[in-house]
Design a protein around this ligand. Sequence first.
Ligand code: SAM
Length: 248
Amino acid sequence: AGVLFVVATPIGNLGDLSIRAKEVLAGVDLIAAEDTRHTRQLLQACGIHTPLTSLHEHNETRKSEALARRLARGESVALVSDAGTPLISDPGFDLIAAAKKQDTRIVVVPGPCAAIAALCVAGLPTDRFSFEGFPPSKRAARRAWLERLAPQERTMVFYEAPHRLRELLDDMREILGADRPASISRELTKRFETTYTDTLAGLSRRAHEDADMSRGEIVLVVGGNPGISSARTPDTDRLLRVLLEELP
Ligand code: SAM
């Protein structure tokens, strides 16, 4: 039976395509790509001539069944997206589900992912975090969505289109709190890679002043709700110790 490979590709810097990713892309019968023209450029740069087929948002369900049949016949397929890790705010879920249903072997070739890259340079806690993907684009839906995220204590990672960054920051400042620490990483692994670290209020102000901040591709990382832990000071800790000693 064929093998389905889930292959991560660079998020901007070609040098981040792993040796194993190249070997797999060169060795499979077929590559299922989000945008075949985009992936053809990547393959050309590496001298790889594997045939391509498209698998995107709009044909995913139908195409996944066809690809599953080819896998069942013994062909091997590599799934890639335009940038980074497939399935992370990108197509591929239907194909994985179809492959699982028929017990096709699925192998991952991990690599770049903008969410993880941004988290690593944000300077916010990484022991627990949640990936929230793209916020709703309509204002009312976005604000309701942020309300539900407000109590969450984990660090949160968001993707956003550059032209919506300012309004997202304005809503976050109001709903999540002006003092929350946050970080914006743009153009990761590319020439103009920049990470801005500030409070939500500070980032919102700077985004309105500096047009560069919302240029290119952007990941936003926001600290979790500090909860009761922020209310603790040396004084309250001392008081707690005294009270604890009084407990039976
Ligand atoms: N699957 C991809 C991944 O693993 O990162 C993400 C695909 S999603 C459709 C595209 C979003 O990822 C962009 O809108 C942006 O938020 C983020 N992104 C991708 N490349 C980036 C980069 N080089 N720098 C910053 N953000 C990036």
